[in-house]
Design a protein around this ligand. Structure first.
Ligand SMILES: Nc1ncnc2c1ncn2[C@@H]1O[C@H](COP(=O)(O)OP(=O)(O)OP(=O)(O)O)[C@@H](O)[C@H]1O
Ligand SMILES: [Mg+2]
Length: 318
């Protein structure tokens, strides 16, 4: 929990009951008018059976939902940024719209495209009435999210892949939750503001004006206890001894200074699955790291590991 979340008006709000009635989440932003705190919806997200959240992430999601601000999520690759949006959608029972951002993506693509080619073709080859331009407007994920009658979750995944203009061009739409279709003269405004979750792998800095509009959360790398639970979500019948042994080796590997691309949650899950599938006995992990290619994805990192003296590998035995 954010330290400043835990205390307000000299009182601590760190128990489950106060979190649930929204006091704790609301206290993140002192600028929220007091009257509004009473009308805020109760917090709703607490992870799902398939997605476990640390309390800090849970609070950030609920604050973003309550304040109706986009949630910007950063974190190492494989720490569950994309899956978070799926989990939030599942948890609040809302449909999920996904906008996978590419290096060539333009903000406008997420709203709508006007299919002039189809209209031209219809004009030349079909009997179709081409006067109604609305039939040639193809809405993108953001457009569809704003058109929806019900509250939806919109995931804008990997926003940092696009150029700097991309987030800047979305400011108006994210503020007002409305956009205009120039070709038809229509203005579309969301009936229910979508829950917007934006992920970034930190490839590019995001503009300040964009950051100001978001609730930001960095997914801290899970500690061993949480990681155990996360692995168990994916592999409920994993043996305790194997899991503990894998975790010791995994966290040891992440601490090695020469490893440049540190393995993450998804790599660990895959590695344990491979070990179990191949029936590797836990004892074999004492002196070697089978299927290391599932943990280390760069040649230089594999070499760095090979260079680690056998003594060091022995020192991580349980
Ligand atoms: N908290 C979690 N609970 C359950 N599974 C998790 C959690 N965090 C990560 N995982 C698992 O790790 C894998 C990677 O998750 P995801 O694709 O969401 O990561 P990401 O942060 O979006 O990665 P990238 O930056 O590479 O896109 C998924 O299989 C997901 O189920
Ligand atoms: Mg992702």
């Amino acid at each position: 929990m954010f330290p400043w979340l835990a205390e307000r008006d000299g009182q601590r709000y760190d128990d489950e009951a106060s979190r649930r009635d929204g006091r704790c989440a609301a206290s993140i932003d002192a600028r929220v008018p007091r009257g509004m705190l009473r009308t805020m919806a109760p917090t709703t997200f607490d992870g799902t059976a398939g997605y476990l959240v640390a309390p800090e992430l849970r609070d950030a999601v609920n604050v973003a939902i309550d304040l109706e601000k986009p949630l910007l999520i950063k974190g190492e690759p494989g720490t569950g940024k994309t899956r978070l949006a799926e989990a939030v959608a599942e948890s609040i029972g809302a449909p999920l719209f996904v906008w996978n951002v590419k290096s060539t993506s333009k903000a406008r693509d997420g709203l709508y495209l006007y299919d002039t080619v189809a209209r031209l073709n219809d004009a030349r080859f079909n009997d179709r009435d081409i006067r109604d331009i609305r039939q040639y407007i193809k809405y993108g994920p953001l457009g569809r999210a704003l058109l929806s009658d019900e509250r939806v979750v919109l995931l804008i995944d990997e926003i940092d892949k696009a150029d700097m203009e991309f987030p800047n061009d979305l400011l108006h739409e994210l503020d007002r939750m409305s956009f205009s279709v120039d070709e038809t003269g229509e203005t579309i405004t969301a009936k229910k503001r979508p829950v917007v979750i934006i992920t970034s792998n930190n490839e590019k800095e995001l503009p300040d004006a964009f950051l100001r509009r978001c609730v930001f959360h960095f997914i801290a790398f899970p500690d061993e206890e949480l990681m155990k639970d996360i692995v168990r979500v994916h592999q409920p019948d994993v043996e305790d001894k194997l899991l503990s042994s894998c975790l010791v080796r995994f966290y040891w590997l992440r601490k090695q200074p020469d490893i440049k691309k540190r393995p993450s949650t998804s790599e660990l899950i895959d590695w344990i699955a491979a070990l179990r599938r191949a029936g590797i006995p836990v004892e074999r992990l004492e002196g070697e790291m089978p299927f290391v290619g599932l943990l280390l994805k760069k040649e230089a990192d594999v070499e760095a590991l090979v260079n680690v003296k056998t003594g060091k590998l022995r020192s991580i035995r349980q």
